[in-house]
Ligand binder design. Structure first.
Ligand code: FAD
Length: 300
């Protein structure tokens, strides 16, 4: 097996790469640090240039069964005024659709195709890559048991490709002085809710802008219950100097994005002052204050 390709990381990129290599007749093995593959994350939008690649792997039907085929995008001001609407995917004339999909569903479609096309023996879970070495002939990938930390047998392959995500160990090895990714100045909080179809029922909706808070809202699963509701992804984006290291699994705190007084002050600059604003300095928690002022935001 030392003449095949080693893929480090079996996330979205790693599994897609494995399917592409398999299609091209190149054998590979995948090593992922996660002890099991779970349905983690929430919404992802697959635009036509991405669905083209997945359609060429024969996955368009499988994706269309679990995703929402996006129809359009709408952009609103934070007061709810429509700025523009544009069609998306095939509705905009592309040869491929746009899908709004739960990351877990996308991952499951990719994993299912890998298992059917080259089987489970080439997917190793709980194997965490710590280092890669290259000699004149091949590569040696050094791995630890992700749970116990114990050293595992080094794996030889023709090449190793790092698909180990935003905090890539392989990238850190290749670019040791690079430092962490540069903070964009915007923090994001995400979640999902069950809700009835709104607007076109397949709309990628954005409201507001970073400086005062922005929401991105779109459905990612259809007909999740007898009432025909959808699973709706939402994302709050806030411009803030308070950097929190990117982590897809960290629990959020509502105070981080709903109780920011700087937003309220900016609001106060737009709206005429009202008695509600005295709540800002009354010493209660951020969320309590924010909720008190909620009529000045979109829900009001
Ligand atoms: C848990 C999780 C939830 C996410 N949720 C969302 C979401 O809701 N919305 C969104 O837009 N994007 C989400 N993402 C990010 C998104 O999947 C990726 O940014 C994007 O798809 C790029 O794919 P990728 O393959 O480069 O990285 P990822 O999909 O992040 O995959 C990286 C993989 O590498 C593995 N890995 C990491 N370090 C090592 C190591 N040292 N050795 C071996 N394996 C390693 C990880 O377990 C993971 O499976 C999430 C990623 C993760 C890991």
């Amino acid at each position: 097996m030392s003449d095949d390709v080693i893929i480090v990381g079996g996330g979205i990129g790693g599994l897609t790469l494995a399917l592409k290599l398999h299609q091209a007749g190149i054998a590979c093995r995948i090593y992922d640090a996660a002890p099991e593959i779970k349905s983690v994350g929430v919404g992802i939008n697959l635009l036509p240039h991405a669905t083209k690649e997945l359609a060429e792997l024969g996955l368009e039907d499988a994706l269309s069964q679990v995703a929402v085929t996006t129809v359009d995008a709408c952009f609103f001001t934070r007061h709810g005024q429509l700025v523009y609407r544009e069609p998306l995917g095939r509705h905009a004339g592309y040869a491929w659709p746009q899908f709004s999909i739960h990351r877990g569903d996308l991952h499951a479609v990719l994993l299912d195709a890998c298992l059917k096309r080259f089987g489970p023996d080439r997917i190793f879970l709980g194997w965490k890559c710590v280092r890669v070495e290259q000699d004149a002939h091949a590569v040696t990938v050094h791995l630890h048991d992700a749970t116990s930390g114990a050293e595992l047998p080094p794996q030889r392959g023709l090449v190793a490709i790092g698909c180990d995500g935003i905090n890539s160990a392989i990238r850190k090895q290749l670019y040791p002085d690079e430092g962490d990714p540069i903070y964009s100045g915007v923090n994001m909080w995400r979640g999902v809710t069950r809700w009835h179809p709104f607007l076109s029922g397949a709309c990628m909706t954005r409201a507001g802008w970073h400086a005062s808070g922005k929401m991105v809202i779109y459905p990612i699963r259809n007909n999740i219950d007898a009432a025909g509701r959808q699973l709706v992804n939402w994302l709050a984006e806030v411009e803030t100097p308070n950097y929190k290291r990117r982590d897809w699994n960290r629990a959020g705190d509502i105070n981080d994005f709903i109780g920011m007084e700087v937003r309220l002050e900016r609001c106060a600059g737009i709206y005429p002052p009202r008695r509600h604003y005295s709540g800002i300095s009354d010493g209660r928690s951020g969320s309590a204050r924010a909720l008190e002022l909620r009529p000045h935001y979109a829900p009001g």
